[in-house]
Write a protein that binds this ligand. Structure first.
Ligand code: NAD
Length: 382
């Protein structure tokens, strides 16, 4: 069977190990490889790269992977025959890794965000285009079952005219005082690429664009609600990055999006992400897996009267959208598509230019917060 070598850099990290190695590449190997349009299969063959030999060896032993290299500068790895370079390192290290791989003629795939700022993201994109390599970026939320159900509703014109959407994302991330934090500490240090705007707006960019239309402007207020946290070594540190963001965006066709993103909120909703869509003909609320709808014909007619207790249960007026299919892991599905793109030239629209849009929205949102005003999101200078 045909094999395709994949250099996986940053694979000892949370995303690298769980989503990309175990749930994607190893799972695709267990399935017998990625099926190509001609019915043949190609088997991904990972080469794990990093700084820490102990961690890499342990990962290989635990998961039956036979190739690893302690090569933080990638020098020997990029000289080899592996066709794809994948990067899930911390964000500030990504552009350098990608540029080296592009220079070595590798096809490149990476985690979001593409880079810490737009100039660098554009530079990496132009380098990939000049070199003629195939480039792709993780846009995993598009394969969440809940959002795929929203896609189905949109395709069937369930909403009529979409008026507005509301994102409620977040949960309480422990500060590390008393109980260990459940996310890496760099996420709360701006100087290390942290911040909820940096982290989440590169997702919101492609989710909004793919489902509801391009973002035309943003007003965003960020906050660092919790100023001190405790890191992996038990040391207290100053949290310099935003841990909550409150944004209003205007999309094409007059759609308004409101997005609350927070690591300092306690969940009182069905899921960690909830997307509420209101349209002239119907509304829907999607979580990570489920989605419920209310059609215009089933819409109750509430009257405002706080003097009497409400006897109507508004949550009962919604209907579940059925699965009607199997949903695979989001990261795995996109990996399979990227491998088909590299090996069989299948279309793959989630390229570095899309990654640039995520960084652009992030930058516009920070500028909006900084200047206290609405900021236009222009066309990409590519
Ligand atoms: N798609 C998603 O839903 C999603 C979710 C979380 C994070 N991410 C992205 O994935 C990336 C990694 O996030 P994570 O949560 O896995 O972080 P992590 O801290 O768990 O892992 C980071 C990886 O980078 C490596 N690294 C860090 N500093 C390094 C250095 N100086 N030299 C060489 N290697 C270094 C680490 O060894 C590790 O392998 C980030 O860019 C983040 O934005 C994406």
């Amino acid at each position: 069977m045909q094999e395709i070598g994949i250099i996986m850099n940053g694979v000892t990290g949370r995303m690298g190990t769980n989503q990309h190695l175990i749930r994607s590449i190893l799972s695709l190997r267990e399935d017998g490889g990625v099926e190509l349009p001609n019915g043949e299969r190609v088997l991904p063959d990972p080469l794990l790269v990093g700084r820490n030999e102990r961690k890499l060896r342990a990962l290989c032993e635990e998961h039956g992977v036979d190739r690893y290299a302690v090569d933080p500068d990638l020098e020997t790895c990029l000289d080899g025959d592996d066709e794809i370079y994948f990067d899930s390192q911390v964000t500030p290290r990504r552009p350098d890794g990608l540029r080296r791989a592009i220079e070595a003629g590798k096809d490149v795939y990476c985690e979001k965000p593409l880079a810490g700022d737009l100039d660098e993201a554009l530079d990496v994109t132009r380098a990939a285009e000049r070199a003629g390599v195939k480039h792709g970026i993780v846009q995993d939320k598009l394969w969440l079952p809940g959002l795929m159900k929203l896609r189905r509703l949109l395709d069937q014109e369930f909403f009529g005219e979409v008026l507005s959407v509301r994102f409620e994302f977040g949960y309480w991330v422990f500060t590390g005082h008393g109980q260990p934090a459940q996310r890496p500490s760099w996420n709360y240090r701006a100087e290390d690429g942290g911040g909820i705007i940096d982290d989440m707006f590169s997702h919101w960019s492609y989710v909004l664009e793919n489902l509801f239309g391009e973002v035309e402007s943003v007003y965003c207020l960020g906050k660092t609600h919790v100023p001190r946290r405790v890191d992996e070594d038990g040391e207290e540190y100053e949290a310099t990055a935003d841990d909550a963001a409150y944004a209003v965006m205007e999309l094409e066709d007059d759609v308004v999006a409101q997005l609350n993103s927070s690591w300092t909120t306690r969940v009182n909703r069905d899921d960690l992400l909830e997307v509420h869509v209101d349209g002239t003909e119907g509304s829907a609320v999607a979580g990570l897996r489920d989605c419920k709808t209310q059609h215009h014909a089933n819409t109750p007619k509430p009257e405002w009267n706080p003097d009497t207790p409400t006897d109507h249960d508004f949550t009962e007026d919604w209907e579940d959208v059925p699965n009607n299919r199997e949903f695979e892991n989001a990261f795995k599905q996109q990996w399979a598509d990227y491998v088909r793109h590299v090996v069989a030239d299948e279309p793959f629209p989630w390229d570095f230019a899309e990654g640039c849009k995520g960084v652009q929205l992030t930058e516009a949102s920070y500028r909006s917060w900084d200047e206290g005003r609405q900021v236009a999101v222009d066309e990409l200078p590519l």
